[in-house]
Design a protein around this ligand. Structure first.
Ligand SMILES: [Zn+2]
Length: 422
């Protein structure tokens, strides 16, 4: 599919440093660079102007851990076996390794991760490949503190390095620091809510949800700004690869749904910004094609010449976004609930019904047209089942443990997750 190097044959670290920032629960349409009416994200927007901005990027799942494991493996949740936050998995001893950090560390990169919430805690299996993996301590840690830790590590690390920074602010409960409570329901919000036909756009709770959620984005944006400033001060910014994305979005009561997990557009449509080394000669631009978060790693591997075993790269679900295109973006919430996005349509399969939305005439998904287009439903449903069905053929990558510890269960509950005892 594209040239890859074999980890064992690489004479020494060869390649650029890489920073990936995942912002939990950040829906794309609340960023200035994605057309939002409020100035929530001036620093992310500035970064976007020197990046490839993918306007139609979709996550593989609307749940933190499954979405991140899919990102780091370029495999859908049915392949990783990780569908829920309470799961933990064992990547050690799996040869060849399946997680991005493992390939880079084996290839000589210095590696560190600073994550801000329990769903990505050190017990999950995600630390494999990171020489330093700093979890949240408690259920969550503010972006400013996570940034401090990342900057301390960066201060004396050699090139090349791989740094993953995870911010959690936009996740509920929405409680931005006072300095970022700068948004108040206004005429712009009226228009935003009316376009989406909120059941009651004058509802104080709905309006406050937007104000506070936007404040959390602004707080994250400020932390991101400090991270970028430090990376620029180190030197080598032009050759640094930096990716910013989200694990999933968030419902703010459109379609009657708050939060995530659900397969709504607002839960699956995420920002994706990629700044690649200047020497690759790729001009910043906005790209409108459909992409998936499983495409991020294959794009980095193909264009940065990263050391990953061919057998692993051949099984990527993602494509190199600079050379290939995809026809659809697939998302899962369990093995029988999926979303499939194409240029024209978004299809959703729930346990008891299907939905179909016309993306061109109905971007906010106000009208389910499944009954009017049975042939489209049949075609997209068959494709979604085919993608989900591949789980049975390829099996799961990891040994999955679905019983969290009592402490992990307690911390997940503190974040509002329903954690049943099984
Ligand atoms: Zn999340």
């Amino acid at each position: 599919m594209f040239p890859v190097l074999f980890g064992g044959c690489v004479p020494g670290p060869s390649g650029p440093s890489i920073v990936v920032v995942t912002i939990d629960t950040l829906r794309a349409d609340h960023l200035g660079s994605y057309g939002y009416f409020r100035d929530t994200s001036p620093n992310l927007d500035r970064f976007a102007r020197e990046s490839l901005l993918f306007e139609n990027a979709f996550s593989t799942a609307a749940v933190t851990l499954p979405a991140h494991v899919a990102l780091w493996t370029s495999r859908y949740p049915n392949d990783t076996g990780i569908f829920r936050n309470k799961y933990v998995f064992s990547p050690r001893g799996i040869d060849p390794p399946r997680l991005f950090a493992q390939w880079l560390r084996d290839g000589g990169w210095r590696t560190a991760a600073f994550v801000s919430a329990t769903p990505l805690g050190a017990e999950t299996g995600l630390p494999a490949g990171f020489e330093r993996y700093k979890g949240p301590g408690h259920s969550m840690r503010p972006a400013a503190e996570t940034t401090d830790r990342a900057l301390a590590w960066l201060a004396d690390v050699d090139e090349p390095y791989f740094l993953w920074v995870h911010y959690f602010e936009p996740h509920g409960p929405y409680a931005p620091p006072e300095a970022f409570r700068r948004f108040e329901a206004d005429a712009g919000l009226d228009a935003f809510l009316e376009a989406r036909e909120f059941a009651d756009s004058t509802d104080a709770d709905v309006r406050e949800r937007h104000d506070l959620y936007d404040g959390e984005i602004a707080a994250t944006d400020a932390a991101f700004s400090r991270l970028v400033a430090a990376l620029q001060a180190r030197g080598g910014w032009d050759e640094l690869a930096v990716v910013v994305t989200a694990d999933h979005g968030e419902g703010l009561m459109e379609h009657g749904v708050a939060g995530h997990v659900h397969l709504g557009r607002e839960q699956l449509h995420v920002p994706l910004l990629m700044k690649l080394p200047r020497s690759l000669g790729i001009a910043p631009s906005r790209r409108s094609e459909i992409v998936s978060t499983v495409d991020i790693i294959p794009t980095l591997v193909a264009n940065l010449g990263l050391p990953v075993a061919a057998v692993v790269a051949e099984e990527f679900e993602g494509v190199d976004l600079l050379r290939e295109s995809r026809q659809e973006a697939f998302s899962q919430a369990g093995q029988s609930r999926h979303s499939l996005v194409t240029d024209a349509w978004r299809f959703v399969e729930h346990p008891d019904r299907v939905q179909l939305f016309d993306r061109r005439s109905d971007p906010h998904e106000l009208l389910d047209v499944a009954a009017a287009h049975p042939e489209v439903v049949a075609r997209l449903r068959a494709r979604a089942i085919e993608l989900a069905g591949e789980a049975t053929d390829s099996g799961v990558l990891f040994e999955v443990q679905a019983r969290p510890s009592g402490e992990r269960r307690r911390q997940l509950r503190a974040l509002g997750y329903v954690v049943d005892p099984d």
